[in-house]
Design a protein around this ligand. Structure first.
Ligand code: SF4
Ligand code: SF4
Length: 317
């Protein structure tokens, strides 16, 4: 008998965690491209391919953070009804600097700007505005070095939760100043954050499928704020493309992955986008071994000096 896979059947979060019930007549959301990729709801992938029992046991460590992260997801959806619609779509340099300083004071590591390509909005999902301010938050180096472990596992969920709080605060910061915003949290985002972070110039995708950033490698979590501010300093180029060439000489993450989930040759999916990891294989160590995270722990960019690595790489190649 054919197995019923929940992750294949259910592609959306419950309605109250989406913007749909809160839309007003002045809202004109941006829809996904018809060929956009479907989302992957991680808890369902774990039910299908991982160890649900292990994940239930782990709830004593991460349960509160997970519930709090889902609360922030609900808040990011319901708070769109606070958008002021004052008609302000231009931001002055001082306010933008103030926003960036505020984001850094809340714990943000890096900030980038891009227009969202509708191919990166998950199939059937919508975001309220077409421009994105993309944020990274760093996962603590010493805790990730301990992976897989309870402290590294808690650190993964701490960043999921905290960046969700931060994008809600930044959305409020914008609304108070007369701008419209829609917070995209790390848990339950409507958009594939890695390609929009690449478009925003924040890094490049490594062989492990994660965004490799200059200051923290893949030791980061991503989130965004969508807005109709038109004059943001959008990235025009990405200086981190060389990372993919570096990956071809490295392959450490593929070698360290306990279940060979990371493809040695990155695949191309029907939508033309890349597939780096077989998530059906990753689900078991991810659920069973305290979040696994070995592909972050062992990536040389997680601890190395980016500029020195680049110089050495360019000397040799
Ligand atoms: S989290 Fe672990 S199992 Fe999953 S891809 Fe990374 S190393 Fe492999
Ligand atoms: S471990 Fe090596 S191959 Fe994997 S993402 Fe990092 S640099 Fe690339």
């Amino acid at each position: 008998m054919k197995r019923i896979l929940l992750s294949e059947r259910i592609k959306k979060a419950p309605w109250f965690l989406t913007i749909e019930p809160y839309l007003r007549k002045q809202d004109h959301p941006v829809s996904s491209h018809p060929e956009a990729r479907e989302p992957r709801i991680v808890p369902l992938v774990i039910i299908d391919y991982g160890s649900l029992m292990a994940r239930i046991k782990q709830m004593r460590y991460i349960g509160k953070l997970l519930i709090a992260a889902i609360f922030e997801m609900a808040k990011s959806a319901s708070s769109i009804k606070n958008n002021p619609y004052t008609g302000k779509t231009s931001i002055d340099t001082e306010t933008l600097k103030e926003l960036e300083a505020y984001a850094k004071s809340l714990g943000i590591a890096d900030i980038g700007y891009t227009e969202v390509n509708p191919r990166y909005i998950f199939k059937g999902f919508r975001i309220l505005f077409k421009n994105a301010i993309v944020f990274t938050i760093e996962m603590n180096k010493e805790k990730i070095k301990l992976a897989p472990s309870i402290p590294s596992f808690i650190e993964v969920f701490r960043t999921y939760y905290e960046v969700g709080v931060i994008v809600n605060k930044i959305s409020e910061f914008l609304r108070i100043r007369g701008y419209n915003a829609h917070a995209g949290p790390a848990v339950g985002g409507d958009v594939n954050y890695i390609p929009i972070a690449i478009d925003a110039g924040l890094g490049y995708s490594g062989k492990n499928g994660l965004l490799i950033t200059k200051n923290s490698g893949p030791r980061i979590r991503l989130a965004a704020v969508y807005t109709d501010i038109e004059n943001l300093p959008f990235a025009r180029e990405n200086p981190h493309r060389w990372v993919r060439d570096y990956c071809e000489t490295c392959n450490i993450c593929s070698q360290k992955c306990p279940v060979d989930a990371i493809y040695m040759e990155t695949k191309t999916l029907a939508d033309g986008g890349p597939a780096f990891i077989d998530h059906t294989k990753c689900a078991m160590p991810f659920s069973n071994d305290n979040g696994c995270t070995l592909c972050i722990k062992h990536c040389p960019f997680s601890y190395g000096d980016y500029n020195k690595m680049k110089m050495r790489f360019e000397d040799v190649h």
